[in-house]
Design a protein around this ligand. Structure first.
Ligand code: CUA
Length: 325
């Protein structure tokens, strides 16, 4: 209910041209939080300025009044009021921003989101799309949920999509994630929002949102096959590093768990804990295999040093092997 009440406040800013259009499923949520804080701050500013002027005029030194007027030491009702109103305001901010945040970290992506692997490097972005095509622009489909997995080959970058109201750091040595549904077809600016050196301000790209899947497929086909796709690279890495000797692709358990249906599975460990298999779990399992030993298997695997791109390839390839139900 509260988000609906806040919508007129939020919508006024983009309507007046102060903010770009709302091009993603999460943009409205962000605007409502921002709009509420903006208008509350503006109201507080006006109230404080008006009261300042009123008090300065009313209580100024005048002939015949040189000492301060007597005033009460406290005023219960007034003090309760100026505590309760800010409390209510920050609770509203807490409520709507938490709801917006939950929607961003665990969105309704459906069974088949468009998965894009994003690489930040000094000083450009690179996007590897499903179907194998890599490009300096981000390609998405209007209405189809997208999950972006971000990595960095050097320093911290931050993928910033103002029209989508989204920003996420790309951090060396780990994966981060961004999930949303683009709702408008068109071209939108992509920026880097974390100072990363000399050409930080030139680390620009474009997000191309295709009107439908057919348009995306036609684009992906046009450029596929020119270079090794990320998931093909991952497949090659698994074979070259000997991973497939212990991890099968067909569901058979060997020395280690099978890769089939591994992505997204709730994995149980020897110490009784469990975790969902995601990109950071996979990274840890490669560089620190002993950190989480899957129940029923021995702690035998040596750490396997991989280049960042090889790591992204392994994640992309395991995503193609299906998700356990
Ligand atoms: Cu990359 Cu700033």
């Amino acid at each position: 209910m509260i988000p609906r009440l806040l919508e007129p406040l939020a919508a006024a800013l983009p309507a007046a041209g102060f903010m770009p259009q709302r091009a993603s499923s999460v943009a409205g949520n962000v605007d409502r939080v921002f709009g509420f804080i903006f208008w509350v701050s503006l109201a507080a500013l006006v109230l404080i300025l008006v009261l300042t002027v009123v008090f300065v005029l009313r209580y100024r030194v005048r002939s015949g009044r040189t000492a301060p007027e007597p005033s009460p030491s406290h005023h219960n009702r007034l003090e309760l009021l100026w505590s309760a109103i800010p409390l209510a305001l920050v609770m509203i901010i807490f409520g709507v921003s938490t709801a917006a945040w939950l929607d961003m970290i665990e969105p309704a992506t459906g069974p088949d989101p468009l998965r894009v692997q994003v690489t930040g490097r000094r000083w450009s972005w690179w996007f590897d799309h499903p179907g194998g095509r890599g490009a300096p622009e981000l390609h998405l489909v209007a209405g189809r949920p997208a999950v972006l997995t971000l990595a960095s080959t050097d320093v911290v970058h931050s993928l910033y999509l103002p029209d989508f109201r989204l920003k996420q750091d790309a951090v060396p040595g780990r994966f981060t994630r961004m999930a949303f549904t683009p709702v408008l077809a068109g071209n939108f600016p992509v920026l880097c929002a974390e100072y990363c050196g000399t050409d930080h301000s030139r680390m620009l790209a474009t997000a191309v949102v295709h009107p439908d899947q057919a348009s995306f497929d036609a684009w992906a086909r046009a450029g596929a096959g020119e270079a090794l796709s990320l998931s093909d690279l991952g497949k090659k890495v698994l074979a070259a590093k000997g991973c497939l000797a212990c991890h099968s692709l067909d569901g058979t358990p060997r020395v280690g768990p099978t890769f089939k249906g591994l992505w997204g599975r709730e994995e149980k460990f020897a110490d009784g804990t469990s975790a969902k298999v995601d990109e950071n779990y996979l990274r840890e399992s490669v560089v620190k295999p002993g950190a989480k030993v899957v129940a029923g298997f021995a702690n035998l695997m040596p750490p396997v040093p991989l280049e960042e791109r090889e790591m992204q390839g392994v994640v992309a390839y395991l995503q193609t092997l299906g998700t356990a139900p």
